[in-house]
Design a protein around this ligand. Structure first.
Ligand SMILES: [Zn+2]
Length: 205
């Protein structure tokens, strides 16, 4: 498949591409649950981890609205320091998260304590009575606070999920360990699905 063909698919992979710096800063690890590779791993393992990654905006980005607000604040307060400052604020707010944690935290911004912490960040973002370093440090502290609250929520959900996993499917789940990539071959996958379908609806019926 060519890149143009890939881009024309309705489910596009671009959201994964171009975020290398975020994942490098996050040390290839979901900063909510720790899923990832801290060191080592061959390129195939790294690829398998990387494709589970998302970029999480600790303070929600709301379709670019946050970037616009950051730009506006920097333009108004620190017009001589624009590009470096905008980048610093954005970089502090963007981290690696696995898909599961991202879905855990994506809808928790309305929880009261998290919502308050997010509002605090927005309040300080629009606060012009500060010098640049003080302003940046305040935003950093606000982002840290939101992350702590979201993190506690994601980990709490994982504890519950792990318990359910052990109670329900853990012992029965057959995990296929594949030493060499690219995973199971298409024929082997055909075989597994055929086994499922024939188990549900045997040929003789
Ligand atoms: Zn995670």
């Amino acid at each position: 498949m060519t890149w143009d063909e890939v881009k024309s698919l309705s489910c596009q992979p671009q959201s994964l591409i171009g975020w290398g710096d975020v994942h490098k800063r996050s040390k290839g690890t979901c900063l909510y649950c720790g899923f990832g590779i801290l060191s080592g791993g061959n390129s195939e393992t790294k690829f398998d981890m990387w494709r589970q990654f998302t970029v999480e905006h600790i303070v929600p980005a709301k379709n670019g609205e946050l970037n616009w607000k950051i730009k506006e604040a920097v333009n108004n307060f620190f017009p001589d320091e624009q590009s470096g400052t905008i980048k610093k604020v954005k970089n502090m707010n963007e981290i690696t998260s696995c898909h599961v944690c991202n879905s855990f935290v994506s809808r928790c911004s309305s929880a009261q304590n998290i919502n308050n912490a997010i509002r605090c960040f927005h309040g300080h973002l629009a606060d012009r009575n500060k010098n640049l370093q003080t302003w940046l440090k305040q935003l950093r502290d606000d982002i840290w606070e939101v992350w702590k609250l979201k993190s506690a929520r994601a980990r709490g959900k994982l504890v519950y999920l792990r318990k359910k996993f052990i109670e329900t499917i853990g012992d029965d789940l057959n995990v296929v360990l594949v030493e060499s990539r690219n995973g199971l071959s298409p024929d082997e996958l055909d075989g597994i699905l055929k086994g499922i379908l024939d188990g549900i609806l045997p040929e003789q019926e």
